[in-house]
Write a protein that binds this ligand. Structure first.
Ligand SMILES: Nc1ncnc2c1ncn2[C@@H]1O[C@H](COP(=O)(O)OP(=O)(O)OP(=O)(O)O)[C@@H](O)[C@H]1O
Length: 227
């Protein structure tokens, strides 16, 4: 699915250059589940942005399904992203004035899907995350866990190949955290997704069969076949 070779990302901050990613080599197979951890400022979100075709590296290759994302124009990157990659963020990022169904539908607009099909697919996606009864609710009328479920439905309604999650349980209490991890893992298995998640949560990291740690832009990957 992904083959990263010597990926480097530099940011300039005033006169300084920050090496956010420093020669990352990483292979992520189709259907993999990869957890990424590491200290703050280590480069986790930067890596997720590269994998999500949100930004391009300064050097190196990011081969996604045979295409090097580093070489694509902005327009082609946007196309890859809207067709193939679903995102879930810590802060849910729902549109406050739209109800659950309308929020989920927004993911289908760039794909040119007709309004009636959008409505049906959004309702179906919300049902699959256990929110079939709350299609008309606004984000402000839902708990944090429910809002994150809406965000998961929005990420998955377009049937992406890849699900990227940046601290998906970071804003949730312990009970909700387990619930959301269960939903994400169920979706990963049911839909055959490639699932990549950044987390600060050591309980989640400890249980991960494949765990990447990013420190100062460098990556180490640990496999744990027993888990
Ligand atoms: N747009 C930017 N401009 C300048 N520097 C940036 C930019 N984005 C990230 N950085 C820097 O790149 C480094 C890596 O940041 P990144 O956000 O990827 O780390 P992180 O591991 O996700 O951290 P956190 O856990 O705090 O979210 C940091 O030093 C950060 O300050």
């Amino acid at each position: 699915m992904y083959e990263l070779r010597n990926v480097t990302k530099l940011y300039s901050r005033g006169k300084d250059v920050v090496r956010a990613l420093d020669g990352i080599d990483l292979t992520i197979a189709d259907g993999d589940r990869l957890v990424i951890q590491g200290p703050t400022g280590g480069g986790k979100s930067t890596l997720l942005q590269m994998l999500g075709a949100l930004d391009r590296p300064s050097a190196g290759e990011i081969v996604f399904d045979g295409t090097d994302l580093a070489k694509l124009s902005e327009a082609r990157l946007t196309k890859v992203r809207s067709e193939n990659i679903g995102f879930v963020f810590q802060s849910f990022n729902l549109i406050p004035t739209l109800n659950a169904q309308e929020n989920v539908e927004t993911a289908l607009v760039p794909l040119g899907i007709k309004a009636k099909d959008r409505r049906e697919r959004a309702a179906e996606a919300l049902k699959s995350v256990g929110l079939g009864e709350r299609l008309g609710h606004l984000p402000s009328e839902m708990s944090g866990g429910q809002q994150q479920r809406v965000a998961i439905a929005r990420a998955l309604v377009k049937q992406p190949k890849v699900l990227l999650a940046d601290e998906p349980t970071g804003n949730l209490d312990e009970g909700m955290r387990d619930e959301i991890m269960d939903v994400l893992d169920r979706m990963w298995k049911e839909l055959g997704l490639t699932f990549i998640m950044v987390t600060h949560d050591s309980a989640i990291a400890k249980k991960a069969p494949r765990l990447a740690t990013i420190r100062k832009g460098k990556i180490t990957v640990k496999e744990n076949a027993a888990k």
